[in-house]
Design a protein around this ligand. Structure first.
Ligand code: G3P
Ligand code: CA
Length: 289
């Protein structure tokens, strides 16, 4: 049976959807392929988000995919941090009290590297720093992990798509090994994602959000994945996404975020989601794989 049809049939059976597909009387539902589990900002329930410690923790749990967020410093370095300000996840308010609102874009890399990015989470993580993208890629490579790289608020950082591609190239991440199953660039910004696709069509891309079904085809011109908030995931939506082919001719995939409880994770798997993005990767992996 065709892979996506197997998912459809099994999901329909699991969810009690009738009349959606016709199965031969003798056909038994096939097992759903396990969804890929992505450690959201690393193993971020157990270690400070978007730090190398969170990558290491996920590696200890044998999690092979990591999600992160990339932004740019005042002097043009790509760094890994979620918020557009440094206040929540570092001690910037103590180190630079006069620099409110502490925007990432207003600090040099040298300044950012003075900040502690672990103590806010737990005392034993004091001494963690905001990583550069390059350092982050080096660790992932050492661990043989894949990266779901989010361009965070790319409208604040003109040219970040090109710069990110250049950094990936410099780190050796645009070879066949990485391009075939170890790298996806995603964003909430459709224009940034389109630019990324046009710069390097071989890099897989994911749109963060859930465009209406009537517009999905437009997104399929530059996105290989549609990655929605789990609240917007329905059987009909996943089926509609799977029914389209992305720029490389393969069916579009769906990764749902951010799923931290097993009930929702199992529901996402039954609905046919290809991946689950979670802050609790070990718990979710143990429940759905
Ligand atoms: O990967 C999905 C998720 O990261 C999107 O939301 O705010 O956590 O970056 P956010
Ligand atoms: Ca993110």
């Amino acid at each position: 049976m065709h892979h996506s049809l197997a998912r459809t049939v099994t999901a329909a059976a699991l969810l009690g959807v009738s009349g959606f597909v016709t199965m031969p009387a003798h056909a038994a539902p096939e097992a759903l392929p396990s969804p890929t589990v992505f450690a959201h900002r690393g193993a971020s329930t157990e270690a400070p988000e978007n730090t190398l410690a969170a990558v290491r923790r996920a590696h200890e749990q044998h999690i092979t995919w990591i999600e992160n967020d990339v932004q740019r410093t005042k002097d043009g370095a790509l760094v890994v941090i979620h918020d557009t300000t440094l206040a929540r996840t570092t001690d910037v308010e103590q180190v630079f009290p006069d620099r409110s609102p502490w925007r990432v874009a207003d600090f040099t890399l040298a300044e950012i590297q003075r900040l502690d990015a672990g103590g806010w989470f737990a005392p034993r993580y004091r001494g963690e720093h905001i990583p550069t993208l390059l350092d982050y890629l080096t660790l992932l490579d050492r661990n043989r992990q894949g990266l779901l790289l989010e361009l965070k608020q790319p409208d604040l950082y003109p040219g970040i798509e090109k710069q990110t591609i250049a950094t990936l190239a410099r780190a050796g991440w645009l070879d066949a090994d990485h391009l075939t199953g170890r790298l996806v660039i995603q964003s909430f910004s459709a224009p940034a994602l389109r630019r990324t696709h046009e710069l390097r069509p071989a890099v897989e891309t994911g749109f963060l959000g859930s465009p209406p079904v009537s517009r999905l085809k437009e997104y399929a011109a530059f996105a290989d994945q549609i990655n929605p908030d789990e609240k917007n995931v329905t059987f009909a939506y996943v089926t509609a996404v799977h029914g389209l082919r992305g720029p490389d001719g393969k069916p579009l995939r769906v990764n749902a975020w951010t799923v931290d409880d097993l009930t929702t994770a199992i529901r996402m798997a039954a609905l046919g989601a290809d991946g689950i993005i979670t802050n609790r990767p070990d718990v979710i992996r143990n429940g759905v794989q």
